[in-house]
Design a protein around this ligand. Structure first.
Ligand code: 1DF
Ligand code: MN
Length: 358
């Protein structure tokens, strides 16, 4: 198929305009994989490791042959099929990222090698379709110093737009001092860290083992919400004032909690030493995407609470279907200015994606 890449008139660079929509559409949490990572995750799911992530990993990488909607082919498609799905709904661009849990369940050497390979492959997809794809780099936090070198290569050489970290690594969170070099590098490179979910870490896994609560239904949000609250309450963000953290899934419920976090977690209370209140960190250091939450009331709440400039549209392909995600944001009760910011303007600013000239 041919992809039109030259449309530059106001409000869209091709797909969105062809679909009769005013706004350029950049989707910001769009998952993919590569065969080498899929193979290793398949192996993990056949091992005896009972990490909470394993059920979902098995359902994707060891899918039963009669699976009516297999995800793996959609994850591995970073070409024609994906572009067709985008075109059908007027989506101009996917900001691609290696899907959860990324390389974070592998040993350090395997993780680093696969992160480098994944970054090269995603960069190739972007080179093949520069107006349709941009990408976040996979990070292997297991070896923070090595991760920093790959982060620098990903942004400096490959032109990637930030980093994807799938929450905890070996049950550890980014506020720990050993991970500060990663935070420092992201800040210095002026490139956001997108904290995407994986299942809750071992210490809080037990209640999520029943009723398949492990993943997107509930466990994912609790895991990443907790990660974000740790970054705020630890005071680590006092060291990295310009670091940008992106949370998906309408902010993993953190925006809803800000008033209570401010009150119960205010500096000085119960010996707290962090400098700012949660809402101040959230305003300075965080942005959110709408991935997987197509709720106009939640969106309006977030606009009023954290400001429209901190909110970006996302589909969560292939875990959410594209047509309703696109229709939802077009039908949402927004001003034209709000819609432009959410659909593309904020992503251009926050991730440094080139704007399309009017
Ligand atoms: C699922 C959902 C899987 C999301 C994901 O990665 C994922 C799922 C493995 O429900 O199978 O990223 N999600 O973001 O909602
Ligand atoms: Mn996702």
């Amino acid at each position: 198929m041919t992809v039109k890449s030259t449309g530059t008139s106001a409000g869209g660079d091709g797909a969105a305009r062809k679909a009769g929509r005013a706004s350029r559409m950049i989707a910001t949490e769009e998952a993919c994989s590569i065969p080498e990572v899929a193979e290793r995750l398949g192996q993990l799911s056949r091992s005896t490791w009972d990490s909470l992530d394993i059920k979902l990993v098995g359902s994707i990488y060891n899918a039963p042959p009669d699976d009516p909607n297999p995800l793996l082919p959609q994850l591995l498609d970073i070409g024609a099929g994906r572009l067709e799905t985008m075109d059908e709904s007027g989506v101009d661009m996917h900001l691609l990222s290696l899907t959860a849990p990324g390389v974070q369940m592998f040993d350090a050497d395997t993780a680093a090698a696969l992160a480098t390979l994944a970054n090269d492959r995603l960069a190739e997809a972007v080179t093949a379709h520069p107006t349709r794809f941009a990408a976040l780099a996979t990070c292997a936090p297991q070896d923070p110093r090595r991760a920093v070198r790959e982060m620098e290569r990903a942004v400096g050489t490959l032109g990637m737009h930030g980093f994807m970290i799938n929450s905890h690594t070996g049950n550890e969170y980014l506020d720990q001092q050993k991970y500060w070099p990663i935070l420092e590098a992201a800040e210095a490179l002026n490139a956001p860290i997108y904290i995407h979910p994986r299942a809750p870490s071992d210490g809080m896994a037990a209640p999520f083992r029943d009723y398949r609560l492990d993943a997107a239904v509930w466990g994912y949000g609790i895991e990443v919400g907790t990660h974000a609250v740790r970054l705020m309450m630890s005071g680590v963000l006092d060291r990295f004032e310009n670091l940008k953290i992106v949370l998906g899934h309408m902010g993993e419920a953190v925006p809803f909690w800000l008033w209570r976090l401010d009150y119960m977690g205010r500096p000085g209370r119960q010996g707290r030493t962090q400098k700012l209140r949660a809402s101040e960190y959230f305003a300075r250091n965080f942005a959110i995407t709408t991935s997987g939450v197509e709720d106009p009331l939640a969106l309006r709440y977030c606009i009023d609470r954290i400001g429209v400039d901190s909110i970006m549209w996302a589909i969560d392909h292939p875990y959410q279907p594209t047509p309703p995600a696109a229709e939802w944001i077009h039908a949402a009760p927004l001003t034209d200015e709000e819609r432009e910011k959410i659909c593309h303007g904020n992503a251009e600013r926050i991730f440094g994606i080139e704007a399309v000239s009017a």
